[in-house]
Ligand binder design. Structure first.
Ligand code: TUI
Length: 311
């Protein structure tokens, strides 16, 4: 078995079947272009960015790479509709979606020739996406950072692979060649990786954020906000532990939770604010030990995966 040629590399014209996750506030044009230039698919996060900011980021990415790249549309964003239109106007080749069902945008994207690859947390949504014309799906396990579903990567990926004909990428808990090899054994034809790229040289987050990820141990991620309906996996910090305790002992109502976490992603990413910031990260953070260029990360991961799969 090889990772070198899959339906994902063929569909998108990329060298390695690896997407860099569309991490809100984090995944901007410098990081995305570095991943695309290294042969993966870099992705700019739409998050809840103002439309002018996202347009500028898309144009900047085009100036930094002649390789394909993508934009992630976060469907809980209040301006998802206008960002969905923007990617068409700007001729973005690939769109990924998260945190919802992109059904109402599919026809317009397909008509414009955009490749659409939604993140799915369940078999049911994967099947629905295939019927609506998705080109592939990303089956994302609860090991991921940020907003998460319930099922694990190990359980979800093979069930999604069995349920759809379109190619499947695995996401959640993948940070080295073993993770890629395991994903391929589960039937995936590509992977999406977030946390490993947080510790890339080209990742523009505050140095405090990178240090937290590099220093994290296996037990250093925590899920907060289940009771708001938007569970998020974070690095354990004083702030995230306060949120987790407030949720558990009832000292923080869901409304208060929403209030204190408003703007907390920006505070983490830009300011490195340990008192009020949410440092989203995956459960695999404990394995990320070194900051290095995207090209080295990708080449090492696939070198290791190829060696394992050819054994
Ligand atoms: O979207 C993510 N991860 C994210 S988004 C984000 S920004 C945020 N800000 C405040 C509150 C919450 C999020 C941070 N991290 N990953 C992809 C993902 N999508 N994970 C789970 C899902 C998902 C969940 C339900 C996708 C579809 C879905 O569909 C439900 C339905 O409508 O059928």
């Amino acid at each position: 078995m090889t990772t070198k040629k899959t339906r994902i590399t063929e569909l998108l014209g990329i060298k390695y079947p690896i997407f860099q996750g569309g991490m809100a506030w984090i995944a901007e044009s410098t990081l995305a272009a570095a991943v695309s230039n290294a042969g993966g698919l870099g992705i700019i996060a739409g998050g809840s960015a103002p439309i002018d900011y996202l347009r500028e980021q898309i144009r900047r990415c085009k100036s930094l790479t002649d390789k394909p790249f993508g934009v992630n549309i976060m469907l809980m964003s209040p301006n998802a509709e206008e960002l969905a239109q923007l990617v068409i106007e700007e001729g973005v080749p690939v769109v990924t979606t998260g945190a919802g069902n992109p059904g109402k945008f599919m026809a317009a994207w397909k008509e414009a020739g955009v490749k659409v690859i939604p993140v799915v947390p369940s078999v049911a949504l994967a099947k629905r996406m295939e019927r609506s014309g998705a080109d592939a799906v990303i089956a994302e396990g609860t090991e991921s950072g940020g907003h998460i579903g319930e099922n694990t990567t190990m359980c979800l990926v093979p069930q999604v692979v069995d349920a759809v004909e379109i190619p499947v990428l695995a996401a959640g808990g993948i940070a080295d060649g073993r993770g890629i090899a395991a994903s391929f054994m589960l039937g995936a034809e590509g992977v999406q990786v977030g946390t490993r790229f947080l510790a890339a040289d080209e990742c523009q987050v505050n140095p405090v954020y990178k240090e937290l990820v590099v220093k994290a141990k296996d037990t250093d991620s925590v899920v907060t906000g289940r009771y708001t309906g938007h569970p998020c996996r974070n690095v354990k910090t004083k702030f995230s532990k306060m949120l987790a305790n407030g949720e558990k002992d009832g000292s923080l109502t869901p409304e208060q939770f929403e209030e204190v976490t408003l703007g907390s992603l920006r505070k983490a990413v830009q300011d490195g604010n340990l008192d009020e910031g949410s440092f989203l990260c995956g459960a695999i953070a404990g394995m990320v030990k070194e900051v290095k260029p995207c090209k080295d990360i990708i080449e090492e991961m696939f070198g290791e995966a190829e060696a394992l799969l050819s054994k």
